[in-house]
Design a protein around this ligand. Structure first.
Ligand SMILES: C[S@@+](CC[C@H](N)C(=O)[O-])C[C@H]1O[C@@H](n2cnc3c(N)ncnc32)[C@H](O)[C@@H]1O
Length: 435
């Protein structure tokens, strides 16, 4: 096992005795001790103040990568402890000082069974947040607001407060040897956010100044609104939404952005092509004489209103499209600065009225895409909510060419604040009405 994953590296000498006890019990897969120590709310999520180790991290890390010394009994013991901790409220997405959640750790150590337990806990937590009327805003990379960082807890989540710690002179294993009290600087381990756009608020975004440069559209604080590396995803989305590629289809696209997907839609010679766009600066580009989706394009439709960019927020425009009885064969949704609740609202409240009974709906699936476990959790959450809305989803897995995408601030990410995509596989949703 790498040094950085050893028990002495993970349970710090200054860790408070109560935390040491549960971390040590979890590390040794001592189910009886773990059961005894998780006797009050919050205990299953105690965190070493220096390393951020939680009992879940400890139970998973102690397994190390698969080896010939593994016995089925060891694995079962680990499984039971992880399960028990989750049962007692251990937080699935707490990160340690290496920015790893317990699920990230299970993935790195190639422990798929333990990864699955963490993932399922994430799905349960997110479904519950949904029922309670809000979502845990999940992003990552420690980019939380300063005020959230100050008290160590992000809005609306259950991250434990990391308090100044007591104790020193301990090797991280024998809790009985803990003696004096020492106050350390308070570290901050923040849970990642599932929703890549959660830190960008819609109203602020719609007021922000945008810059179109080669290959990207960024807002005034450097968030990537749309980037050319997504072109292949847009191409594959068009292929999935219009599988027979026949002309004469009725298409609705929410979010013009760089016009990449609309250019592809336009090439299929639809009978109706409607776009909804809310940002004044994106709209301002449409009045240029050579604008691809300007007046000339609108006039090229077979009848007035057949080709149109509807100006305004989809939340308002789509109501009027519903009132007019517009129905589409293909609908795509890709906005910016809105959280998952808006995507869910769109497919729950608008898709049933706007999509033809044989139509296909798709959306840009970037939820939680800066961390594998968040992406997996949100795939499942979205799938369940889509089913609630009467939609069946197939996920087409497509490889993402990661050339130029692997390092924050470099390659494609140069001049972009946040590397919102880190995965080599994109799950492209293809949604149709159930039955
Ligand atoms: C990621 S871009 C879309 C990129 C597009 N798929 C393409 O291929 O270029 C998102 C777009 O949605 C727009 N947008 C954001 N919120 C919106 C809203 N509530 N209603 C309509 N458009 C919105 C943004 O201004 C932006 O142009």
């Amino acid at each position: 096992m790498a040094d950085q994953d050893s028990i002495s590296a993970r349970i710090s000498p200054n860790c408070p005795p109560e935390t040491q006890r549960i971390l040590t019990a979890a590390w040794s897969h001592d189910l009886a001790a773990v059961k005894k120590l998780t006797d009050a709310p919050g205990k299953a999520s105690l965190q070493d103040p220096r390393t951020g180790e939680t009992p879940l991290h400890a139970a998973i890390r102690a397994c190390g990568p698969p080896s010939e010394d593994d016995t089925p009994e060891d694995l079962e013991a680990a499984h039971k402890v992880v399960y028990e901790l989750l049962l007692w409220g251990a937080i699935w997405n707490d990160v340690d000082d290496h920015n790893e959640t317990p699920g990230c750790l299970a993935n790195r150590l190639n422990r798929p069974e333990l990864y699955r337990l963490c993932m399922e806990a994430g799905v349960r937590a997110e479904m519950l947040f949904g029922l309670m009327g809000g979502y845990e805003e999940l992003g990552s990379d420690g980019e939380e607001d300063d005020d959230e960082m100050a008290d160590g807890v992000a809005d609306g989540d259950e991250a434990p407060q990391l308090v100044p710690v007591e104790g020193n002179g301990h090797d991280g294993v024998d809790v009985e040897e803990v003696e004096d009290v020492q106050v350390e600087e308070e570290p901050t381990f923040q849970p990642p956010k599932l929703d890549a756009d959660a830190d960008v608020k819609s109203e602020a975004y719609l007021r922000s100044k945008l810059t179109y440069s080669e290959g990207k559209l960024v807002d005034d604080v450097g968030n990537g609104v749309m980037m050319a590396w997504e072109t292949d995803i847009m191409r594959q989305s068009v292929n999935a939404l219009l599988p027979a590629k026949e002309a004469g289809k009725k298409i609705l696209n929410i979010g013009l952005g760089m016009g990449i997907i609309d250019t592809m839609f336009a090439e299929t010679k639809p009978s109706r092509h409607h776009v909804v766009e809310a940002h004044p600066e994106v709209l301002a580009h449409l009045s240029a004489p050579d604008a691809k989706f300007g007046a000339k394009w609108e006039e090229s439709g077979s009848e007035p209103g057949a080709y149109k960019v509807h100006q305004g927020k989809w939340q308002e425009v789509c109501l009027s499209l519903l009132e007019k009885g517009e129905v589409y064969d293909a609908i795509y949704f890709d906005t910016f600065g809105e959280d998952y609740s808006q995507l869910r609202k769109f497919f729950t409240e608008y898709i049933p009225g706007l999509l033809d009974s044989d139509g296909i709906f798709g959306f840009f699936n970037g939820l939680g895409a800066d961390r594998k476990i968040c992406y997996d959790v949100y795939t499942k959450v979205a799938e369940m909510h889509l089913a609630d809305a009467g939609l069946d989803v197939d996920w087409n897995e497509i490889p993402v060419d990661m050339k130029g995408l692997t390092e924050a601030g470099k390659g494609e990410w140069e001049g972009v604040k946040r590397r919102y995509w880190t995965l080599d596989t994109y799950r492209l949703p293809v949604c149709k009405f159930l039955g």
